[in-house]
Design a protein around this ligand. Structure first.
Ligand SMILES: *Cc1c(COP(=O)(O)O)cnc(C)c1O
Length: 402
């Protein structure tokens, strides 16, 4: 249809997004094709979502097979894929119990509601305070924008829920000063994704764990972006060696099919008693069948160790690009969640690099005005890494006028 173009977006869609000018119509592995048949290398994977690339046969197979059997029952009944996926998640993590949702924001909403209700049942209404970090991103529901540490996402939506405060990321002294016996939970991304791909220091997470224990508060790790193999560990908490009480997972979990999970311990799970929370679509057979197929692949030790190797390949090439152009101040992140902060002379130009890369045929991301972000498929072929970085280098070369 001739009107399925970028102009049509402005006519019929709410303007809360500003999509790029191309419209991809097909993907395979780490390659994507637009309406004109032009090919792109994908270093974005949505936003850290298509963990096994596009149209992975195991996921397509799981979706087709389940699609022909059973789509939906709602939660008045359970279903086999949900039981199988929950069992797998429990086997592979600290968690004893799972709640399924459809998005990262929903999983965090469930985590925050569980934390409040748990504190309420244990200690009463005054123990309701939630501490988050500046720069964090936890979703777009009213509770999760309130927990998020970026004012721009709250503006105009006030009044937001009360009892939420923020401390500087990686500032253990600030957390110590803020936490009290009235704290219900502390919520932290082990690596701040949207906030600039900023990894937590191990001491910060360890200290947060100790402070939560001292004050009988729950520690929530938002692993919506860092989870499902992204860091080379199934979940980043396993890399840090710090175990939360509640963990949220989404993005990579369905490899592009909407599914999310909140994982928690037997200690806290009973507080989300019958009738206290729910979701019509959460835990539906289609999403869970795809999630299970994905986890079966991603949890393989050889896949996770290959993520590290591929990350090193990125790092080596980025270092050599930087040796020529000198525009990267810092390359950071973990595994295939890579953030590249631009030098002072290039402040605010992350978007320009993204646009120039797109022109060359590379899909990538930014994380704020000064940070380039890559979050490719966890199984991106080495040849695609090399080809994509060659396009990035061309784009940077043109922008630097050489
Ligand atoms: C993307 C993201 C979310 C929100 O997930 P949605 O699926 O968009 O609701 C929450 N937390 C983190 C860390 C994220 O990266």
């Amino acid at each position: 249809m001739s009107d399925l173009n970028r102009e049509q977006f402005d006519k019929v869609m709410v303007p809360n997004y500003a999509p790029g000018k191309i419209i991809p119509v097909k993907g395979e592995g780490s390659r994507v094709w637009d309406q004109a048949g032009r090919e792109y290398i994908d270093f974005a994977a949505g936003i850290a979502v298509t963990a096994l690339g596009h149209a992975h046969p195991a996921l397509v197979g799981a979706l087709k097979e389940q699609g022909e059997k059973l789509w939906h029952l709602s939660n008045v009944m359970t279903n086999e894929p949900a039981l199988a996926l929950a069992t797998k998640l429990v086997e592979l993590t600290f968690a004893d119990k799972v709640f399924f949702a459809n998005s990262g924001g929903e999983a965090n909403e469930a985590a925050l509601k569980l934390a409040r209700r748990h504190a309420y049942l244990k200690a009463g209404e005054q123990k309701h305070e939630i501490i988050s970090t500046y720069g964090s991103f936890h979703g777009r529901t009213l509770f999760t924008v309130s927990a998020g540490g970026q004012a721009k996402y709250k503006e105009g939506f006030e009044p937001t829920p009360a009892g939420i405060s923020h401390v500087a990321y990686n500032d253990l002294a600030a957390l110590k000063a803020q936490i009290s016996d009235n704290t219900a939970a502390v919520i932290i991304e082990p690596i701040q994704g949207e906030g600039g791909v900023t990894p937590a220091e191990k001491e910060f997470l360890q200290g947060a764990r100790e402070l939560c224990d001292q004050h009988d508060a729950l520690l929530i790790f938002d692993e919506v972006q860092t989870g499902v193999g992204r860091t080379g560990y199934l979940y980043a908490y396993q890399y840090y060696g710090v175990t939360p009480d509640i963990l949220t997972s989404a993005k990579g979990l369905g490899g592009g099919f909407p599914i999310a999970a909140m994982l928690c311990t037997d200690e806290v799970a009973p507080s989300l008693a019958f009738g206290t929370h729910g979701s019509t679509y959460g835990g539906n057979p289609l999403g869970c069948a795809v999630g299970l197929a994905l986890l079966n692949e991603v949890a393989k030790p050889e896949l996770l160790s290959a993520v590290q190797t591929k990350a090193e390949r990125f790092k080596a090439s980025l270092d050599s690009i930087n040796a020529k152009y000198g525009i990267f101040k810092e390359i950071r992140g973990k595994g295939l969640l890579i953030g590249i902060e631009l030098v002072d002379g290039w402040q605010g130009r992350a978007k320009d690099v993204l646009a120039a890369a797109l022109d060359k045929g590379l899909l990538m991301l930014v994380a704020g005005p000064n940070v380039l972000r890559f979050a490719p498929s966890l199984i991106i072929p080495d040849a695609d890494i090399d080809a994509g970085l060659a396009l990035l280098e061309q784009a940077i070369g043109e922008l630097s006028g050489s």
